[in-house]
Design a protein around this ligand. Structure first.
Ligand SMILES: *[C@@H]1O[C@H](CO)[C@@H](O)[C@H](O)[C@H]1NC(C)=O
Ligand SMILES: *[C@@H]1O[C@H](CO)[C@@H](O)[C@H](O)[C@H]1NC(C)=O
Ligand SMILES: *[C@@H]1O[C@H](CO)[C@@H](O)[C@H](O)[C@H]1NC(C)=O
Ligand SMILES: *[C@@H]1O[C@H](CO)[C@@H](O)[C@H](O)[C@H]1NC(C)=O
Ligand SMILES: *[C@@H]1O[C@H](CO)[C@@H](O)[C@H](O)[C@H]1NC(C)=O
Ligand SMILES: *[C@@H]1O[C@H](CO)[C@@H](O)[C@H](O)[C@H]1NC(C)=O
Length: 420
């Protein structure tokens, strides 16, 4: 496998793994060759947490321990073929034990990024989901084929029938087989993506988790360098903002601000970025408009139950302007939303799933949004000036190669690709 670091001239050599990542993603596949059900992890076959700050992994000979720093839970993971597996079982409010690799598992799918399991090739052992509100075509397909069953959250015994039940929020009651998975609690896009290692540990798939993360990180950093080299006179000023019940606010979520920096933009200054603006208060409205006049790119995060119906005119109504000429982001048609990939409704936006595990795709979108080439088809972001541009994830869609196409376009555009 050849690799070539990102050079200062931004001709980037992508590792083969970049393509593997996307291929796994696209084919709903799992690797049969690495049999997760056998073999214990040997020393040297481990994951090291490099960027994430909210979890830790410790290795013993026949067991591993994960500490989740966000909810204070620890998981003692005991290798199936060890003597300890039959003898030890922990289930306290802070420590739970699991025998690994897990033979089966279920997921509470509300806002849960199942794409991590997909990238690891672990969907084969997924047996239960709590709703079909997922944006993963693979999961939807397996559900339709009957390989995954629907379990009812209100029936506790249905949640305890599998070796593990993964949940994505830390405030629900927990049975002994519950494990939390909280990548969104991290501060940067790469830190969120590194949580693939957390899941890899449950399946003895640390090698694969490391490869996926390394490929994503390499790709992400390469794009960051490429973005930094864009030769525009000024970096674009970018605002993430949302409207709710008469009030506009600017987003302060750290990972979003980090995306802006990494894609070559600058965030609104904290000093002018007041928390909220009430559209019915003339002073607020004036101040809000003044800020918008300084912005080059707007990302409108306003919640809607129907992305298709949310158009440029919806936005214009919400910002209450008569004369648009002051607003550079409108003149230059640089107004975006992140609801391009969805399964029917807002609550199944892939923004809450695929984005968490593959931040390089978001970064590529933002580079296009900030420094329009016109050549790159975005995955998650839609340009509101473009009219209808929503991609519905559908259960029966045969061709799952979209991501591969996007990555390839991207490489051709900004980086020189090695031939394999
Ligand atoms: C789930 O279980 C609850 C409580 O038993 C029941 O009232 C509800 O109808 C069930 N939902 C479905 C979709 O079966
Ligand atoms: C899940 O795996 C456990 C062993 O870990 C087994 O006892 C159980 O029967 C399996 N459940 C299903 C529904 O396959
Ligand atoms: C662990 O590492 C060994 C080589 O050291 C490799 O053969 C094996 O496939 C790895 N196991 C997993 C589950 O990745
Ligand atoms: C916004 O301002 C209007 C007019 O002053 C007021 O009636 C309304 O309650 C305010 N909204 C909020 C959420 O504060
Ligand atoms: C866009 O694509 C065309 C044709 O493939 C190419 O000539 C042009 O250089 C590309 N533009 C950018 C900005 O990459
Ligand atoms: C947004 O879409 C419009 C209409 O297709 C296009 O003219 C404009 O260049 C796009 N904006 C960016 C920043 O790509």
């Amino acid at each position: 496998m050849s690799s070539q670091a990102c050079s200062s001239s931004f001709s980037c050599g992508f590792r083969l793994q970049v393509f593997l990542v996307v291929v796994w993603f696209c084919t709903c596949g799992w690797l049969e060759s690495v049999n997760a059900a056998t073999g214990s992890v040997r020393v040297g076959n481990i994951s090291k947490v490099e960027d994430a700050e909210k979890f830790l992994i410790y290795y013993g000979q026949t067991f591993k321990v994960i500490k989740n720093g966000l909810d204070g839970e620890s998981y003692l993971l005991i290798q199936k073929n060890s003597r300890m597996a039959a003898r030890m079982k922990y289930c306290t409010s802070r420590i739970k034990s699991f025998v690994i690799p897990l033979s089966n598992y279920s997921i509470d799918t509300d806002f849960f990024p199942v794409s991590f399991f997909e990238l690891l090739g672990l969907l084969e052992n997924l047996k239960g989901i709590t709703s079909d509100m997922v944006s993963s075509q693979c999961v939807l397909k397996l559900y339709e084929e009957g390989q995954i069953e629907m379990i009812n959250k209100s029936e506790p015994q249905q949640l305890t029938q599998f070796a593990a039940h993964f949940i994505g929020n830390s405030d629900q009651a927990r049975s002994c087989n519950f494990a939390t998975f909280l990548p969104s609690g991290e501060g940067t896009p790469l830190q969120r993506a590194e949580w693939i290692k957390y899941l890899g540990v449950f399946a003895n798939l640390e090698t694969r988790a490391n490869q996926v993360y390394d490929a994503i990180k390499e790709n992400y950093l390469c794009l960051t360098k490429a973005a930094a080299s864009k030769t525009t006179t000024f970096k674009p000023t970018v605002a993430w903002m949302q409207y709710n019940d008469g009030i506009w606010s600017f987003t302060k979520e750290p990972y979003k601000l980090k995306y802006v920096e990494d894609a070559g933009g600058v965030n609104l200054d904290n000093s002018i970025n007041k928390v909220t603006y009430n559209i019915s208060e003339p002073d607020d409205l004036d101040e809000f408009h003044a800020i918008l006049c300084t912005v080059d790119v707007v990302i409108d995060e306003t919640y809607t139950t129907n992305p298709v119906a949310y158009t440029l005119s919806t936005f214009l109504e919400n910002i209450y302007v008569k004369d648009q000429s002051c607003f550079a982001f409108l003149t230059h048609q640089s107004l975006w939303r992140y609801d391009k990939r969805t399964q029917n409704s807002i609550s199944t936006l892939d923004w809450f799933d695929g984005v968490v595990s593959q931040p390089q795709l978001v970064l590529a979108d933002l580079v296009e949004a900030f420094f329009s080439s016109g050549n790159y088809t975005t995955t998650y972001f839609r340009n509101l000036s473009k009219g209808l541009d929503v991609f519905f994830v559908q259960i029966k869609r045969k061709n799952l190669r979209f991501s591969l196409v996007h990555i390839t376009e991207l490489c051709l555009r900004s980086c020189r690709m090695k031939q394999f």
